[in-house]
Design a protein around this ligand. Structure first.
Ligand code: SF4
Length: 319
């Protein structure tokens, strides 16, 4: 696997790529997505409203009624587009299943594409609650393990790293298991990603380890989707400063026999500074990587925790 040469395919709301598909013929081009993420990801654009034949420009629309089961209604003429949209969704989802996506970036606040928190109106025009847009809801239900995020939330450094880390982890997992779906491969994957998963969710990491210890080789294929679901559930849990600090201190323990006291003390101080949120995660990680390579510490050398996504994305550079 080469994270630097192979582009991973993501679905995306088409207006975020700059395509003029919005109801008013405009777009919502997001330059971080196209200019920065675009170096590592191939985007498959999807515009539910244009693709289901509503035209550009078109009347704007909103969600109306029961927040648990809202209708898609045009704002001026009150035309109910729910059935039309649902029929398109039923045809489009199987196509997207074959597209080999590893995640989706949705346009926020859209009654079709918003992942959550889209306003739902009552008949009198007041807000009765919040919901997901119709397409986003159907997509997430159909592909529950695929990482999904909204463009606005990608401005938050922690949410951005979490989303991209999930995408790369899922990509590595599926690539690995597609090549050789054996118990040994699965155990090796878990071993190499253990600290990364643990930085998000320690109890689930241990549970997955126990699953693997008890797993019979002939049952591996049936267990792969279960492992994937647990992996993605664990990775979705935020990795906090406290959890990272625990992992860093754990890794520092591996230097006991190989690095001298002064080097270990310097690294311990840097981990403390990271814990106090004075410096970004990239600083102790870079030092650790240096010692791991210098002393060839095999267990740590193979840990994706040290490099879960390309350095160029600078996802661990914020304090
Ligand atoms: S938010 Fe979704 S439906 Fe609206 S223009 Fe963008 S891609 Fe199309």
């Amino acid at each position: 696997m080469n994270m630097n040469t192979e582009k991973i395919k993501l679905g995306i709301s088409a207006c975020l790529l700059g395509q003029p598909v919005r109801f008013d013929g405009q777009h919502k081009h997001d330059h971080y997505i196209t200019d920065t993420l675009g170096r590592f990801f191939d985007f498959l654009p999807v515009c539910p409203e244009a693709e289901c034949g509503l035209g550009i420009p078109r009347e704007s629309m909103r969600l109306v009624g029961d927040p648990d089961d809202p209708r898609l209604i045009t704002t001026r003429q009150g035309v109910d587009l729910t059935e039309r949209m649902q029929a398109w969704i039923a045809c489009r989802l199987p196509e997207l299943e074959k597209a080999g996506l590893y995640g989706f970036i949705f346009k926020s606040r859209s009654p079709s594409s918003g992942m959550a928190n889209v306003k739902v109106y009552n008949e009198r025009g007041g807000v009765s609650g919040k919901a997901a847009g119709l397409f986003a809801k159907a997509f997430i239900t159909r592909f529950p393990t695929l990482p999904c995020e909204e463009e606005g939330r990608l401005n938050d450094p922690d949410l951005r790293e979490n989303f991209i880390e999930r995408v790369f982890t899922l990509w590595r997992f599926r690539q690995t298991m597609a090549t050789r779906p054996t118990l040994g491969t699965l155990m090796h994957f878990h071993a190499c990603n253990k600290l990364l998963i643990q930085s998000h969710h320690e109890p689930l990491t241990r549970e997955m380890g126990r699953d693997l210890a008890d797993l019979e080789a002939r049952k591996v294929r049936a267990y792969i989707p279960i492992y994937e679901a647990k992996l993605m559930r664990a990775m979705k849990t935020p990795a906090t400063v406290r959890k990272h600090t625990n992992i860093l201190q754990h890794m520092l323990g591996y230097l006991r026999k190989v690095a001298d006291d002064a080097d270990r003390k310097e690294l311990a101080d840097i981990i403390k500074d990271y814990h106090a949120e004075l410096i970004p995660l990239i600083v102790p990680l870079t030092m650790l990587r240096h010692y791991v390579i210098k002393h060839d510490i095999e267990y740590l050398r193979d840990q994706y925790y040290l490099a879960p996504h390309p350095l160029e994305l600078k996802l661990r550079n914020h304090a």
